[in-house]
Design a protein around this ligand. Structure first.
Ligand code: SF4
Ligand code: MSK
Length: 639
């Protein structure tokens, strides 16, 4: 198939290019076409200078200094930019943390015997969490312990006292905890106004943001950003971490395993089910039910060879990490999967799901099934998921997919013949196991300079950036500099598809990293999971800091979200910076209209937290800058 220059500019992924070309030839609309129709986009919005918080608005500030310099209420550019930014953090923290609430509630239900469809798959991890939380774990009934852990987790969401979250106290390194308290004290003294940094309640800090950004409340850029930081810490070391830890308890902690990635995992001869979104609670059951002889037999009766479940985005990452279920693609491939004509059913839960999928699926035989009470998609089929009837719900969905096989139009099926093998499943536990049980070998490699530092790459795809281009080029440039790359979300899927998660790829790394990878038989890019699993990176950083007796900002670590799209990415970036890790972003976030906000995020944050945001459009220059930051940290550590 001849690929046009336009399609080449849209994606570097060969499978996506093939389907994008097919879509262009058949005039099937995708996100790239819709974004094109949005051009030119609003310059005020891009700079963060538009406010519609009250009905006097929308107000906008003239960035050239000629027109209005204040909103009707008198809000300045910095107030408007800061309010908008922290509302983005609230949105991101809410999405991650609400995700965390679900496994916490489910664990409670299991512990109390109210749910028979799920069990505790990793009691060892449950004990480890309980131990961190200071609970007695000796000779304890596992369900009793589970109830105590779930109760503490749920309390962290809704507690009303002024103390810090139990999970933050249990997981954040001691030095960082003390630093956050000191930062709050110093900022309060400086501004003569109480400023909090340590989160009191996961939900409370998000509500606090919505309150203080309501008309006529908080107008101080620093005060607003500090609250954004507080909610983001409540996300990273609270809600996201609870999601990761308790999902591991219920579904099992990921172990290193081989898996396959890209649209080629769809099977021409099988019933294809794509599970998409973020929460693994239902998709775990779909995987389980689809593998039963009953369903396989039903598929054979329809003329298919079997049932093939594949993942998309972070629901996909969850079942990829725990079961090695093949992953069809990342965020910009959700429409492309349907356009292959080979998907009998796409089941979605929450987050990062295009509403456009409903209309698109109607042009094919695909059943587009929404399952969450929080997520309606007009034009979809809604099958309400309830945890206590999980098996029934999953069976209904798989049966619906199987029975749809006969409606597939073979002449419309085009599955790109592109797949890549990847080694996945790098939970902190799996990394430590590969290292022989302690972080020492990794620290030794860092100390010797074989590994110069570690960069965590996270986040989405964004059609403003050529799909996967930045993810892949940045990772390649970093490993060539002996920098180990770890990451999650859509980056991890891009890296898997590009072959960066194979041990053999170590040959493209610098000599030091190559040697370490070959000795440990690990790839130079490690898949650490889904979006909420950014918390795994925090836990790893905390373990390294505690082992060395330093704070996280002393370590040669950098973060990046090079094709970011969602508010969750802003929350992730903020909790990395708050934890002492500098974070690169591309595209530019909507803050440039506020000079003071920009200064706080890119300069003051460095002095306060030991890490700050920076923006860079070119992956090679971004890699250079990251190497510089790492070299500076190494020098300060005397390495
Ligand atoms: Fe305009 Fe102020 Fe209302 Fe925002 S809050 S829309 S700046 S009047
Ligand atoms: S799915 S948040 S587009 S990483 Fe987690 Fe991908 Fe970003 Fe969604």
């Amino acid at each position: 198939m001849k690929i046009s220059e336009k399609v080449k500019s849209q994606s570097v992924d060969p499978a996506s290019r093939e389907i994008l070309q097919l879509a262009a030839d058949q005039e099937i609309e995708t996100v790239w076409n819709r974004l094109e129709k949005q051009q030119p986009q609003c310059g005020f919005g891009e700079l963060g200078l538009c406010c519609r918080i009250c009905a006097m608005g929308p107000c906008r500030i003239d960035p050239f200094g000629e027109g209005a310099q204040k909103g009707a209420c008198g809000a300045t550019a910095d107030t408007i930019v800061a309010r908008h930014l922290v509302r983005m953090i609230a949105g991101g923290a809410a999405a991650h943390s609400d995700h965390g609430r679900r496994p916490a509630l489910l664990l409670k239900e299991i512990a109390e015997g109210h749910n028979q469809d799920y069990t505790i798959k990793d009691p060892k991890k449950l004990k480890a969490i309980a131990g961190r939380l200071g609970l007695n774990t000796e000779n304890r009934d596992i369900k009793e312990l589970a109830l105590e852990v779930a109760t503490i987790a749920l309390n962290d969401f809704g507690k009303q006292d002024e103390n810090t979250l139990a999970f933050v106290k249990a997981y954040a390194p001691k030095k960082r905890l003390a630093r956050w308290q000191k930062i709050a004290d110093d900022l309060s003294a400086l501004s003569e106004k109480t400023i909090g940094i340590l989160p009191r309640g996961i939900d409370r800090e998000i509500v606090d943001i919505m309150h203080r950004t309501h008309f006529g409340v908080d107008h101080g850029p620093l005060s607003l950003i500090a609250q954004g930081v507080r909610a983001a810490i409540g996300d990273g070391w609270g809600g996201s971490l609870i999601a990761t830890e308790l999902q591991d308890v219920i579904f099992g902690t990921p172990k290193i395993r081989e898996a396959t990635a890209n649209l080629g995992v769809l099977d021409k001869e099988q019933v294809n089910i794509v599970v998409h979104g973020h929460e693994p609670v239902l998709s775990e059951k779909i995987v389980e039910l689809a593998a039963t002889e009953k369903m396989q037999e039903l598929a054979r009766a329809q003329g298919a060879k079997g049932v093939n479940v594949v993942g998309m985005c972070c629901t996909g990452n969850e079942i990829l990490m725990r079961h090695g279920v093949p992953i069809a693609g990342n965020e910009l491939q959700q429409e492309l999967a349907i356009i292959t004509g080979a998907v009998e059913l796409m089941s979605v839960d929450v987050q990062c799901i295009f509403p456009a999928l409903a209309e698109l699926s109607q042009c094919f035989h695909t059943h587009f099934v929404a399952t969450s009470d929080q997520a309606a998609f007009p034009g979809s089929i809604h099958i309400q998921f309830e945890e206590d009837k999980a098996n029934l719900c999953a069976e209904r969905i798989v049966t619906m997919a199987v029975k749809n096989f006969i409606n597939r139009k073979p002449e419309r099926v085009q599955i790109p013949a592109f797949t890549s093998q990847a080694m996945v499943g790098f939970s902190v536990e799996a990394i430590l196991e590969a290292l022989g049980g302690t972080p020492e070998p990794l620290l030794d490699a860092i100390k010797s300079g074989a590994i110069k530092g570690v960069v965590g790459i996270v986040g989405c795809n964004n059609p403003k950036v050529t799909h996967d281009y930045y993810h892949i080029e940045l990772a390649k440039a970093l490993i060539a500099k002996d920098i180990l790359v770890i990451g999650s979300g859509c980056w991890a899927i891009a890296a898997a598809k590009a072959g960066l998660m194979q041990v053999e790829t170590a040959k493209d790394a610098g000599p030091g990293l190559q040697q370490v990878c070959e000795a440990l038989k690990i790839p130079p890019c490690l898949h650490m999971g889904s979006c909420v699993d950014c918390s795994r990176m925090l836990v790893l950083a905390g373990a390294l800091a505690d082992t060395l007796g330093v704070d996280i900002d002393d370590l040669p670590l950098v973060g990046s979200a090079p094709e970011w799209l969602t508010e969750k990415a802003i929350s992730i970036g903020t909790f990395f910076v708050a934890s002492g890790v500098s974070v690169h972003l591309w595209p530019m976030p909507p803050i440039a209209g506020g000079a003071q906000v920009t200064e706080i995020l890119t300069e003051t944050a460095e002095e306060v937290f030991g890490g700050a945001f920076f923006v860079e459009e070119d992956p090679l220059k971004a890699a250079e800058k990251m190497a510089e930051i790492i070299a500076g940290k190494r020098l300060a550590l005397g390495l």
